[in-house]
Design a protein around this ligand. Structure first.
Ligand code: IPD
Ligand code: CA
Length: 346
């Protein structure tokens, strides 16, 4: 297949994301004004892992339009496969659903262009009317994320990025701002000066919540009475991993850590982050195995990282004396991983 024309795909996906955004806003108005008895919500794994009929409608729009325009591309989606299989998308052979991931059998990526989409990221926010919600459309080619569009229709924040073409934030005034928003990356002398994005995730069982709570305590706590604590500036949980990583790209968060989310939560954001000089790595082990490698290998978001469900994003950091920009990111990530515990994903 010919090399995808990223600029043309970016324009198409941007328009599609805005269309999906209008649908999300309409849906939110319907949810906020519906009587409590009319629930459009279904549980997936538990009472905080939810899907609404609107996730399905937005998914339907995305699938229909992407399939019509790029029939030869594959699609990897957050779509709730049980609904898709039964009602809407059974005939779409190109869809790889969440079920195969949930069962622990990560369908391997191919080298073909593959859209990786989340129709509504921040579903709990969406249900509560908390305006950190987005549609996220990523493209993977040769097993690497190459394009990303993330649109928050409530704040009218559009993040776009394509490999080799930079990444941008466009707000409601239409002005396209290159990321990071600081003209030069800011330094980050130590973790204690960082604003760190975190998430509780949807697995609330003890093996997940206990090490996360301990880690959050160590990050935020005072080292005077919590051994190993860093007392970072603060922790933020915005409830959408796609938007949180976009905030790292922008420079508003210094780091973002999430365990248990999926490739469609991070794919689009990864490109936006990388094009802003940021870096996405995987678990403690992945970081340990790659930290002494060259900048190209260390910064490569491999299939192992993309599908590994353990993510740590770091913004572009101005190097201290004697460091490269990549050394500065490794230094902060090392300090971060010495502070937090690993979490087992069931
Ligand atoms: C969730 C969000 C959240 C992350 C969860 C995801 P959803 O996606 O991205 O930040 O921590 O793991 O499931 O369910 O809102 O699309
Ligand atoms: Ca999501």
């Amino acid at each position: 297949m010919a090399k995808p024309d990223l600029i043309e795909i970016l324009a198409f996906c941007t328009e599609l994301a805005r269309k999906a955004g209008s649908l999300i806003v309409e849906a939110s108005e319907a949810i906020q004004s519906a009587p409590a008895s009319e629930s459009s919500v279904q549980e997936k794994q538990n009472a905080v892992d939810l899907v609404t009929e609107y996730d399905v409608r937005v998914e339907e729009l995305l699938q229909k339009e992407l399939r019509a325009k790029y029939p030869e591309f594959k699609l990897l989606s957050r779509a709730p496969s049980f609904i898709i299989r039964e009602e809407v998308f059974l005939p779409l052979a190109f869809s790889i659903g969440e079920e195969s991931y949930s069962a622990g059998n990560c369908a391997p990526l191919t080298s073909e262009p593959t859209f990786c989409v989340d129709p509504i990221d921040g579903t709990l926010n969406f249900l509560h009317g908390f305006p950190w919600v987005c549609v996220s459309i990523g493209l993977i080619h040769n097993k690497r994320p190459v394009l990303g569009v993330i649109y928050n229709p409530f704040l009218d924040h559009l993040y776009t990025g394509a490999k080799g073409h930079g990444s941008f934030l466009t707000k409601s005034n239409g002005v396209q701002l290159r990321l990071p928003l600081t003209s030069l990356p800011k330094p980050l002398p130590s973790l204690s000066q960082a604003l760190v994005g975190i998430e509780w995730g949807s697995d609330r069982t003890a093996p997940s919540v206990i090490p996360k709570s301990t880690s959050f305590g160590r990050l935020a706590g005072d080292p005077a009475d919590i051994p190993g604590a860093k007392m970072v500036h603060s922790l933020r949980a915005v409830g959408s991993s796609a938007l949180a990583i976009a905030l790292v790209a922008q420079g508003a968060l210094d780091l973002f850590w999430d365990i248990g989310c999926w490739p469609w939560d991070v794919c689009a954001a990864t490109v936006i982050l990388q094009e802003a000089g940021g870096l996405l790595t995987g678990s403690h082990d992945v970081f340990g195995a790659t930290k002494s490698e060259s900048e190209a290998i260390f910064g490569d978001v491999t299939e192992e990282i993309l599908t590994g469900r353990k993510y740590l994003a770091a913004r572009a950091i101005a190097p201290a004396e004697g460091e490269t920009a990549s050394d500065a990111q490794k230094r902060i990530i090392e300090e971060f991983y010495e502070t937090v515990e690993d979490v087992v994903i069931p």
